[in-house]
Design a protein around this ligand. Structure first.
Ligand code: IMP
Ligand code: MG
Length: 190
């Protein structure tokens, strides 16, 4: 049995983070960013598509500073396996030179995505660059990265919801839930 209300997929295992907890934490991060960037005139929230969309749209409402939003689309995962190779599918439009950039992702797993994109962005000479992620699977890092604004540390489980997906399923859930991978795989072969 799972404790996810009204959910059509049976591969959902359990809700790890409720809508209320996420909302509270996103508010807190927004307040922290508002304070930290109180003197910034050129603040850019740069989200990684598509997983960070729900997070960034909620977060920007809680940042009470002038800001711009932009996106990059990158991929590293095939299904639930990290490939370690980061492909840039579409780049950001803003010339970030001179901007205070916050790179925003949904979840950090091996860390390869943040590690690679951060290096690439630094070459483009922003005024400053920080990293923000909603979730972090700390035990899975394969490279040394630091996250300046973090929502929650989570155990090593595959999760969906609040923008995160498994093969495009589950993104629109308002909470974060773990996936029963055995059930998911069995369901796929039907
Ligand atoms: P990393 O490069 O291994 O750190 O992987 C980061 C990316 O993998 C994230 O931006 C997500 O798109 C994806 N990812 C990692 N773990 C999960 C998960 O549990 N659920 C959904 N997507 C995940
Ligand atoms: Mg992603």
């Amino acid at each position: 049995m799972n404790n996810a209300p009204n959910y059509p997929y049976d591969f959902i295992d359990q809700v790890l983070l409720t809508q209320e907890r996420i909302e509270q934490r996103v508010s807190d991060i927004g307040a922290q960013i508002t304070y930290d960037y109180r003197d910034s005139e050129k603040l850019l929230l740069l989200g990684l598509l598509r997983g960070s969309v729900m997070f960034i749209t909620d977060l920007m409402r809680k940042v009470h500073r002038p800001l711009t939003m932009d996106f990059m689309s990158v991929s590293s995962y095939a299904g639930n396996v990290s490939t370690g190779f980061i492909r840039i599918d579409s780049d950001h439009k803003t010339n970030i030179n001179g901007w205070d950039v916050i790179l925003i992702d949904d979840i950090v797993d091996s860390g390869y995505t943040i590690y690679t994109i951060r290096k690439l962005l630094l070459d483009r000479k922003p005024k400053s660059l920080k990293v923000c992620a909603l979730l972090d699977k700390v035990d899975k890092h394969k490279v040394d990265i630091s996250i300046d604004y973090l929502g929650f540390e989570i155990p090593d489980e595959f999760v969906v919801g609040y923008g995160l997906d498994i093969d495009e399923k589950g993104r629109n859930l308002p909470y974060i839930a773990s996936v029963n991978l055995a059930k998911y795989t069995a369901g796929k072969s039907k």
